[in-house]
Design a protein around this ligand. Structure first.
Ligand code: HEC
Ligand code: HEC
Ligand code: HEC
Length: 115
């Protein structure tokens, strides 16, 4: 009996921690403007992607969850120019389009404001 209590208490504690972590996740801004160099800024709906993809790592395995980090990493050389655009944005949109799933833009002017 005592063992059972210890067991349930343990699970209640674990669920409590999980609930706090989930509720406390910083989802970041709803949308961003990403610097697109001479081609012009790129409007990025962040929360729409979080809802469609659910897995944060589908982007944040390449760069951390921090505002302005893509630009910083490009400046420091740890990300190449257009690396996020090609290896993340466009490759995912193309792959989903091919699979006939909901997807995003693949043409320059659909993302960049300066066409
Ligand atoms: C489709 C790509 C993508 C996905 C998926 C994604 N993010 Fe982001 N996230 C970005 C981009 C782009 C930035 C901006 C980076 C920059 O400014 O250089 C960013 C920035 C952030 C930031 C910092 C900016 C701010 O407003 O505080 C947080 C926090 C963040 N993301 C959390 C998350 C979480 C949590 C998830 C998963 C639920 C997630 N992101 C999923 C692309 C994504
Ligand atoms: C799905 C959206 C998307 C599409 C489509 C897209 N881009 Fe981009 N582009 C971005 C993002 C996001 C960045 C900034 C991150 C990076 O450099 O990887 C960027 C960056 C750039 C840069 C700046 C690189 C630098 O740092 O100097 C140029 C130039 C560029 N894109 C040209 C193009 C051209 C040309 C096309 C069409 C063939 C195109 N882009 C299509 C999203 C897009
Ligand atoms: C792993 C897959 C994936 C990655 C990575 C990704 N996207 Fe998307 N994107 C999607 C999906 C899925 C949708 C369609 C969402 C929907 O219709 O609910 C979408 C839609 C969009 C749209 C259209 C929004 C609208 O109003 O219709 C834009 C703009 C966009 N993405 C930009 C970007 C940019 C810029 C990046 C890179 C920083 C990026 N995406 C990275 C999957 C991705």
């Amino acid at each position: 009996m005592q063992k059972r209590w210890a067991f349930s208490t343990f699970f209640i504690m674990v669920f409590g921690v999980v609930a706090i972590v989930v509720a406390g996740v910083n989802l970041g801004a709803e949308r961003f403007s990403i610097d697109g160099g001479k081609r012009g800024a790129v409007a990025f709906p962040h929360h729409m992607h979080q809802e469609a993809l659910t897995d944060c790592a589908s982007c944040h395995d390449l760069f951390p969850k921090s505002a302005g980090v893509i630009q910083e990493m490009k400046t420091s050389g740890s990300l190449k120019k257009k690396q996020v655009m090609n290896s993340k944005c466009i490759s995912c949109h193309k792959r989903l389009k091919k699979a006939n799933e909901a997807s995003g833009p693949v043409k320059c002017g659909q993302c960049h404001t300066r066409t």
